[in-house]
Design a protein around this ligand. Structure first.
Ligand code: ATP
Ligand code: MG
Length: 286
């Protein structure tokens, strides 16, 4: 079964796509879980799609996640190989995905992910900068939410809304969704903001939910997608590569392992509870 991660933040330009694609590439390299990875691009702008398919100005893909969501094609038929990494496939975006955003359907992607979950070790979902239907579909389909945020005081207050949406999805549609963590990105090495931003983040999230690693601003991180490469393939020795690599190895995978354990315990408790309730019902009937 796949581990499904939705990369979310309704603020624009916080590093969602950059983190999603470098996380995907990092997981195929550094995780013990089956190395194959699927990226699902739920942003109609399709930045992840352009990078992974190697087409910056070309026509949008003929078959996309939108066709899968509207059930015109099967999930398997929507998938494309990437030039970005041989172990990463993509369910690409298309501008027409915008029309899905106008519906009220929030559980369609979960069914698509279910159908694909035996084929990939990891499924990473990139999302648009809003709290609408496309982001909600990602959260309903995911095991984990990962929130990249900029190192700016202005970025923090709006995260209350993100947290509220995650809690609403947990209550109503996906009890198994867990917050994987908040990743601070694009910190300018010169600003002393880090402590203040951490303090402010601490008012919205628990301290353990904020990753210690900070992905500082690094020109190579910006250049890599224009070359259709992950940061590790583009320049494995640069600061950006070592930051993402260290974050994945030292924090992401360990946190994921801890939360997986918690999930198993929660499932077992739920099953034991259900069994006890059934037994009580049978006894009452006798
Ligand atoms: N650590 C970094 N150092 C330098 N540039 C970065 C870094 N992270 C992201 N960027 C650049 O910042 C811009 C915004 O990043 P990205 O597209 O990943 O954000 P996003 O949250 O996906 O944006 P949107 O909300 O528009 O989808 C991009 O040009 C990207 O190359
Ligand atoms: Mg993006």
């Amino acid at each position: 079964m796949s581990n499904v991660i939705a990369v979310v933040n309704h603020k624009g330009g916080t590093g969602k796509t950059t983190t999603a694609i470098n996380l995907a590439a990092g997981l195929t390299r550094y995780s013990d879980v089956t190395s194959s990875c699927l990226v699902i691009d739920m942003d109609p702008h399709g930045c992840a799609t352009s990078t992974l398919l190697g087409k910056l100005d070309g026509a949008p893909p003929a078959r996309s996640v939108f066709d899968v969501l509207r059930r015109a094609i099967t999930p398997q038929d929507g998938i494309a190989s990437t030039i970005y990494d041989e172990n990463i496939d993509i369910l690409p975006s298309n501008p027409s995905l915008e029309s899905m955003a106008k519906t009220q359907i929030t559980d369609r992607l979960a069914k698509v992910v279910d159908a694909l979950s035996t084929s990939y070790g990891w499924i990473i979902i990139d999302t648009p900068p809003n709290l609408g239907v496309l982001t909600q579909n990602a959260l309903v389909a995911a095991d984990y939410a990962l929130i990249p945020t900029q190192c700016s005081g202005l970025a923090v207050p709006s995260l209350h809304q993100m947290k509220t949406l995650i809690e609403r999805v947990q209550e109503r549609q996906n009890v198994w969704l867990q917050l994987l963590g908040v990743l601070i990105t694009q910190k300018d090495g010169r600003t002393p903001l880090q402590r203040q931003v951490r303090r402010e983040l601490g008012q919205v999230f628990q301290a353990g939910d904020i990753f210690r690693t900070i992905i500082t601003s690094n020109i190579k991180i910006e250049e890599a997608p224009a070359n259709f490469q992950s940061i590790y393939a583009y320049d494995s020795g640069c600061l950006g590569a070592s930051l993402y690599r260290d974050w994945i190895k030292k924090e992401f995978l360990k946190k994921h392992q801890r939360l997986e354990k918690l999930k198993v315990e929660k499932r077992e408790a739920a099953e034991a509870g259900a069994l006890a309730a059934t037994t009580a019902e049978v006894v009452a009937e006798e």
